[in-house]
Ligand binder design. Structure first.
Ligand code: SF4
Length: 263
């Protein structure tokens, strides 16, 4: 399915970009199964000697601990690859995110997968899940979260207290993003970290978020605000991390068009 407002990559490229993260999650699930199997093999004789009901209860708990993330990851994978919204029931996908999304980065690191490659893949998967949910997302309360490093370092306007302090002088991307915000009637915030971002999200209670940030901040931020749908746009860092960063305006506008599509 091709969702409204956002052009799709060719299928093979789109699938490949998500494969790193999804593959790490499936490998994590396999490791979880092996660990559970080993633990059960070791404790089973002792539990059987104590009480057969206890053995059954422990066995059932272990099966559920594997089965719930298995179902959740199957739904996430199918939704991310096909664009068909299968992300129900929410509890299952939430548990999956909590369990596997914490194991996968460690596993990827052990396998020598570069961190930002995994995070980029995670953002792509997340964006695919957000796009698939387009029927369920109201476009009337969308916030755009911008990192303060988009502001040029010689500018002394205090944007984290009020983004309207920007004079739109054109020396950095913030002014042009504010113009985009005006064009589409969007609420914009400039934040200097996860704490302020969480505070602004809690205060505004958005139905959707467009977040511009580096791979690391997006990965943590998307998990922090779950289940609010986030469309992540990774920034460009021609001057190194956290200094005078840039963003592809077309990608931001495409994300805005997705959330502000006519229903
Ligand atoms: S557009 Fe100009 S005033 Fe606004 S943040 Fe950038 S440099 Fe400062």
């Amino acid at each position: 399915m091709h969702e409204k407002g956002l052009p799709e990559d060719p299928p093979w490229r789109s699938w490949w970009s998500k494969a790193t993260f999804l593959g790490s999650c499936w490998a994590s699930l396999l490791i979880l199964l092996c660990l559970e199997g080993a633990v059960f093999y070791l404790v089973e004789p002792r539990l059987a000697r104590i009480d057969h009901l206890l053995l059954l209860a422990v066995g059932a708990a272990m099966v559920s601990f594997f089965f719930v993330p298995f179902v959740g990851l199957s739904l996430i994978t199918a939704t991310a690859l096909t664009g068909i919204d299968l992300l129900c029931p929410r509890a299952v996908t939430s548990i999956t995110i909590a369990v596997l999304f914490s194991i996968a980065p460690t596993l990827a690191q052990l396998l020598g997968i570069e961190r930002n490659r995994l995070r980029t893949s995670f953002v792509k998967v997340n964006n695919a899940l957000t796009r698939a949910q387009w029927r369920r997302i109201r476009g009337d309360r969308v916030v755009v979260l911008l990192p303060h490093c988009l502001q040029i370092d010689v500018c002394n306007r205090k944007l984290t207290t009020d983004v309207n302090n920007c004079l739109r002088c054109g020396k950095c991307p913030v002014g042009r993003l504010l113009e985009l915000g005006d064009k589409y009637g969007l609420h914009l915030e400039v934040v200097n970290g996860g704490t302020l971002a969480r505070r602004r999200v809690a205060a505004f209670r958005p139905s959707g978020i467009i977040a511009v940030a580096c791979e690391r901040d997006l990965t943590f931020g998307i998990q922090d605000v779950h289940p609010v749908p986030v469309y992540g746009v990774i920034n460009d860092r021609p001057n190194g991390p956290c200094v005078n960063t840039c963003v592809d305006m077309d990608m931001v506008e495409e994300a805005i068009k997705f959330f502000k599509r006519p229903s």
